[in-house]
Design a protein around this ligand. Structure first.
Ligand code: SF4
Length: 492
């Protein structure tokens, strides 16, 4: 029997196990980079999915997971559900290999076998909860093998609160590695050669057309859009570091920002979303890059009238509550407000950072309640309090809204998978939202049709209508309470 911690051990035990296994420095850094609260557990998918996805989307990069088989199964399934075109590597373990240190040897062997320079630029190894808690020392892996970089990271659910921030764990580790390489000597140029104009690196996974739109907006300032971090290729990391300024479009890339600032780059928060957001962002970028006033004005004049026209042409007349875990929630809320919607509440699973401050201030000045690290309970309470015409949210929030006959849109699949920047963003958002609002009569018809067939435990087809038994529930609750008391008495 092993004394190693398991998935069911609870976060406190996992944390203290990880700390006593030599991971305190990693956990302390995560606690600083990704502060928790009001809830301190992920309420969405396994956070490691963020790191896995970043690795899987990069060319010539292999990704290996080290963790419990059930976690790896779930992560592999999700990555393929989201269209990964590559295999996920896995080094299995059992109690014995975990506690004797053989797992680390197995990982090292797997990494050596995989480091083929003709196939890969980098091999990423991700420690999930149990190997992190057990202190599997990925930092002892070789830094590179035959020219292939080896990146080992710990991404435990008890240390990284969201999958969004897990993207930053890997992106930051890669930027750090690339920055040290650039300091040591010449590095590879981007695939299409170095940019002719100074660039603005964009932080955050955005819809593919958004960087193109931003590039066009930057032209009058004689700037161009640089790579998007997380990058799609190792050599893009050097180009990302080699920029005039950074646009933190998504505000949770703390570790990546640390590396970009260490390279001497200024970081600008918010994003060119809506009329006022775009004007303020172009001003901030112009200032960060030392661009002459006249060119900043030219950039604004080139885009703002079109934006105003797009917003006026596609108004949104509705009360909407919004929540998500992608990091772009505040930006979407701004665009909704500028389109004419009433937005009483926006919740984001991400933490409050300086890079979303302009958006928070703008929204709060217009009466929007901004909730960072929003819990599912807070999102649902906002839905009940404000009786919106439309709910944009995570799966469980949208499910509750639809059950109540309110149209709902999934933030991740339907909102963050569309352009957001410039006139294209305004038009596209209004289109999907107005189409969904028009569905209300269908919800009413469905509710009327299914009225009286039962809900909750009574839903379904029955020979006899199910009878609620509250006395059984009370009995079990009392038994559980007695068992807990007895357990506590033994523990004291
Ligand atoms: S790695 Fe941790 S957070 Fe992820 S599924 Fe496994 S136990 Fe849960």
């Amino acid at each position: 029997m092993s004394s190693s911690p398991s998935c069911h051990s609870g976060k406190d035990l996992m944390r203290s196990a990880a700390a006593s296994s030599g991971k305190s420095d990693v956990l302390e850094q995560y606690a600083k980079d990704y502060p928790v609260g009001p809830h301190d557990q992920p309420q969405s998918m396994c956070p490691a999915f963020g790191s896995l996805r970043v690795g899987l989307r990069m060319r010539r990069t292999a990704t290996i997971l080290s963790g419990s088989a059930c976690c790896v199964y779930g992560l592999t399934f999700t990555s393929h559900f989201y269209g990964a075109k590559r295999s996920v590597g896995y080094v299995p373990f059992n109690s014995e290999t975990l506690v004797t240190g053989k797992l680390f040897e197995d990982i090292r062997e797997a990494v050596h076998a995989l480091c083929k320079p003709e196939q890969y630029d980098a091999v990423v190894v991700i420690n999930l909860c149990v190997p992190t808690a057990s202190g599997v020392p990925l930092k002892l892996l070789p830094r590179e093998i035959d020219g292939v970089r080896v990146i080992g990271i710990d991404v435990p659910g008890f240390g990284v609160p969201t999958h969004a921030e897990a993207k930053d764990v890997l992106a930051g580790a890669m930027l750090g590695y690339a920055r040290r390489e650039a300091l040591e000597g010449p590095v590879q140029a981007p695939r299409g050669g170095r940019a002719k104009k100074p660039t603005v690196t964009l932080l955050g996974e955005v819809f593919p057309v958004d960087p193109v739109t931003i590039g066009r907006m930057l032209e009058p300032m004689e700037l161009s859009a640089g790579p998007v971090v997380p990058t799609r290729e190792w050599r893009e990391l050097y180009a990302a570091l080699d920029c005039a300024a950074v646009g933190a479009l998504h505000p949770f890339y703390t570790a990546s920002v640390r590396e970009l600032e260490a390279a001497g780059r200024k970081v600008v928060g918010s994003a060119p979303v809506g009329y006022e957001g775009t004007a303020a962002w172009l001003e901030a970028i112009g200032e960060a890059c030392g661009i002459a006033r006249v060119k900043v004005e030219a950039a604004k004049n080139a885009v703002l009238p079109g934006l105003l026209g797009a917003l006026a042409q596609k108004p949104i007349k509705a009360r909407i509550t919004l929540s998500g875990y992608e990091g772009s929630e505040l930006l979407v809320a701004r665009l909704l407000v500028e389109s004419g919607a009433t937005v009483p509440y926006v919740g984001t699973a991400c933490p409050r950072t300086v890079w979303s401050e302009p958006d928070r201030q703008w929204l709060e000045a217009r009466g929007v309640k901004v909730q960072y690290r929003a819990s599912l309970e807070q999102d649902l309470a906002a839905f009940r309090e404000h009786s919106p015409d439309l709910v944009i949210g995570t799966t469980p929030v949208v499910q509750v809204a639809k059950e109540a006959g309110t149209p709902g849109l999934y933030f991740t699949n339907l909102i963050s998978a569309r352009p957001l920047m410039g006139p294209a963003g305004a038009g596209s958002l209004a289109q999907v939202i107005n189409a969904s609002l028009a569905n209300r009569p269908r919800f009413d018809a469905m509710r009327a049709f299914f009225e009286g067939v039962g809900t909750g435990a009574a839903a379904g087809v029955w020979e006899q209508p199910p009878k609620d038994r509250p006395e059984f529930r009370a009995q079990y609750a009392a038994t559980l309470a007695r068992a807990k008391k007895a357990e506590e008495a033994v523990g004291t």
